[in-house]
Design a protein around this ligand. Structure first.
Ligand SMILES: Cc1cc2nc3c(=O)[nH]c(=O)nc-3n(C[C@H](O)[C@H](O)[C@H](O)COP(=O)(O)OP(=O)(O)OC[C@H]3O[C@@H](n4cnc5c(N)ncnc54)[C@H](O)[C@@H]3O)c2cc1C
Length: 407
């Protein structure tokens, strides 16, 4: 007999793990299935630093995870944006929006290992690591899932399957949901570096001829460098000696931040846009990268995914108490409708920026410089950009508002 659950979350990455933990806390019987091993067992982690917006902080706090992340979090109180070779720039400050921080940087492997620990210790939650989805059969009142390499009788049955299995979602393919795809032909090279004159609590974005380059503070002099380069140059950037790589970065940023040194391991991330053409299917819902994989230029992907999680938790929170069916079609349709505007706005914002920065017209550099000066001079525009970056453009669901009302 298959093991029975209310919900099976396929993919226990950053979004799927947070969702599974939340569902179990609301009293639902949940399995979280992931092809990977827990982060603690993996050599050579993810070197990214993820910018968590205020909206994500509120969700993670409501799930009691924020205090566990706190020792490794670095607040961002200022974001400085400037264009190489052009006058002017723009500075976004937390005090302009009356909040203590615009967001926090969290090392990606610390976030995933904190989530993995919670997955393994939350009552009502069955984590299944090293288990890839192999087969999915939709029946009228349930979905049956079989995992690769498992015994035929080791199937799972649930009333709702949640696709949190990333950009190439297997659940999405099983349901034959098409995705709109665009390859930016860019690669983000991510590495940790030291800068001699680190500015506390400040993130920097430098617009250069080959693409934007960001520095995110990790505490002390350590920074996460995210360098966007044309795809055809990625191998050259990865193979360059540490000295040559750092010399190029130094040229991009100049000497205002002091000498760049201490280059860590470099990782390449090809950048694409993938948008599922539907968010739901019979007894299924897509969240996070499975629904929208976006360009990381505005650090919105995970924050958007965690807003999916917050709203889906809101849609399902009563099911345990009332015995409601989590996979009911009207419930899923209502969820999709609630997420429509935020998805459209966020994708448009990051995609628009990506296409603008990719263009290489002679006068565009001047136009970008002028846009930064305008942004700096217009407090209303600056505040609107900041609210978007902080994830405050969309109102939070009621359960979450109640959870942070006492903050
Ligand atoms: C360079 C870079 C920097 C970024 N910086 C930021 C940032 O600062 N802030 C921000 O908000 N976002 C950022 N993002 C985006 C962010 O990383 C993603 O939005 C986020 O990881 C999405 O999480 P997810 O859980 O939906 O998907 P994923 O993280 O892709 O997780 C999917 C999970 O599903 C599992 N899986 C896949 N297939 C199967 C299967 N068949 N069976 C079982 N399991 C499966 C995988 O093992 C994985 O664990 C960045 C992205 C990049 C590339």
């Amino acid at each position: 007999m298959p093991r029975e659950f209310d919900c099976v979350v396929v993919g226990a990455g950053l979004a799927g793990a947070a969702l599974a933990i939340g569902l179990a806390r609301f009293g639902l019987k949940v399995a979280a299935v992931d092809a990977r091993k827990p982060v603690a067992l993996v050599q050579g982690g993810d070197v990214r630093g993820l910018a968590l917006a205020v909206s994500s902080q509120r969700l993670l706090n409501a799930l009691d995870l924020w205090p566990k992340l706190a020792p490794r979090l670095t607040p961002i109180r200022r974001i400085e944006v400037s264009a190489r070779g052009h006058f002017g720039g723009s500075t976004l400050c937390a005090e302009d929006v009356g909040l203590p921080a615009l967001g926090h940087i969290c090392p990606a492997d610390h976030l995933q290992s904190t989530l993995d620990t919670a997955l393994l210790n939350t009552p009502g939650l069955t984590p299944l690591f090293g288990a890839a989805l192999a087969q999915l059969t939709v029946e009228e009142a349930s979905v049956q899932l079989r995992l690769a390499d498992s015994e035929p009788d080791a199937a799972l049955r649930c009333r709702l399957v949640i696709a949190a299995d990333g950009s190439q979602s297997a659940v999405r393919r099983h349901y034959r949901i098409e995705a709109t795809h665009h390859d930016y032909q860019q690669t983000a090279i991510v590495a940790n570096v030291d800068i001699a004159r680190a500015q506390p609590d400040t993130a920097c974005e430098r617009l250069t001829a080959h693409g934007p380059c960001a520095l995110l503070p990790l505490g002390g002099t350590r920074q996460v460098l995210v360098r966007t380069v044309p795809r055809e140059q990625a191998d050259r950037w990865l193979a360059a000696s540490a000295d040559n790589f750092l010399a190029d970065v130094q040229q991009d940023f100049g000497w205002r931040l002091g000498r760049f040194s201490g280059l860590g391991e470099r990782r390449a991330h090809p950048l694409v846009l993938n948008r599922a053409n539907a968010l739901t299917a019979p007894r299924a819902v897509l969240v996070g990268n499975a629904a929208n994989t976006i360009h990381p230029n505005a650090a919105q992907g995970l924050n958007l995914a965690l807003r999916d999680v917050a709203v889906l938790l809101d849609s399902l929170k009563e099911c345990s108490r009332t015995g409601g069916d989590p996979g009911e079609a009207t419930r899923l349709a209502a969820y999709a409708e609630r997420r429509r505007a935020d998805h459209a706005r966020t994708v448009q914002f990051s995609d628009g920026l990506a296409r603008l920065f990719a263009l290489d017209w002679p006068l565009l550099g001047v136009a970008r410089g002028a846009a930064l000066v305008a942004c700096d001079a217009l407090p209303g525009l600056r505040r609107a950009v900041m609210r978007r970056l902080m994830g405050l453009g969309a109102p939070p669901p009621d359960w979450l508002r109640a959870a942070y009302a006492h903050d």
